[in-house]
Design a protein around this ligand. Sequence first.
Ligand SMILES: *Cc1c(COP(=O)(O)O)cnc(C)c1O
Length: 370
Amino acid sequence: MEIPFLDLRAQNAALKKEILPQWEEILESAGFIGGKYVDLFEEKFAAACEVDHCVAVNSGTDALRFIMTALGLRPGDEVITAPNTFAATAEAIQQAGGTTVFADIDSKTYNIDPELITKAITKKTVGIVPIHLYGQPAAMDEINKIAEEHGLWVIEDACQAHLAEYQGKKAGSLGRAAAFSFYPGKNLGACGDAGAVTTSDGELASQVRSLRDHGQGRKYYHDLVGYNGRCDALQAAALIVKLRYLADWNEQRRAIAKQYFSMLVDANLVLPEISPGCLSAFHLFVVQVENRDNVMKLLSEKGVQVGLHYPVSLHMQKAYKFLGYKKGDLPVSEGVSERLMSLPMFPDLTPKQIEYVGACLKDIVGGVNV
Ligand SMILES: *Cc1c(COP(=O)(O)O)cnc(C)c1O
């Protein structure tokens, strides 16, 4: 059996009939930028995330960058985030004019460790960017409490956590603002690049709205030094269709996770842990294994493809050397980056395919009752 890590073709084929008529209308009207589809998507996504405002932009990276630019980062301002994330989180901090400070993660949830945030706070700290990694919300109550005590803002990197929940509240509504990515492989994916900012702060939303469109309040009147960071109509129209299915797709992801959990409970590997009060969107299903290269090679020989998220902790990446971290500074993140492996995870996976992945993996790593 050949099991890809991610395959969106079945999903796209099923949605083609619903997306194409709207794309045709957009082609005929030539209304590619802005317009009713962008407005409608923003309205629907804000409602889905239970916030007052959504501003659609062209990527999750720009969503993060525009929020922090709008918050007025100044050179020297420190922003605390986790090192085991996609590079975009740190890129956005740097490009918005701040300095990235990494706090290590909790070894069970892989999310930023609130105690270590406290230790990383200095006089220069202005904000915290927790990532809801793999779809599980970070410890937002603790993080928001720390932020309040120190007068810091909190921005959620919710790029992997569409409709995830924390204590009954939606990801995207848990901090001052949140960034979402609709990169095709995300739980809600566009047919190209797109992203969004969610917030209930009206002032911040209008700043981001201006930043995404060259800082214009009205055409050719520029109030801010902005960017070309809009979400286009074709993407918005596709996202409106896909948003209708998102809750079901997330349920399917959770069902896949459940099957992995029950199959792998006795295997020689570390399963993910979901904290009480968290409803994960299971963007990824990660396990820790020893001798990962070998496990991956044996899985690949059986037709099972896996992913690595992420093979190198950001503080050990060439691009972030200038921050001055060295090996051993963030031991939890460094350790898991050598052992974590992401199993196939997308809504169209069948129980048979999951069973095959689980059986192959158990065969390879061994364990009790295997
Ligand atoms: C995907 C992702 C981003 C960036 O989103 P893009 O739309 O690709 O720019 C940022 N942070 C995390 C955690 C992500 O997974």
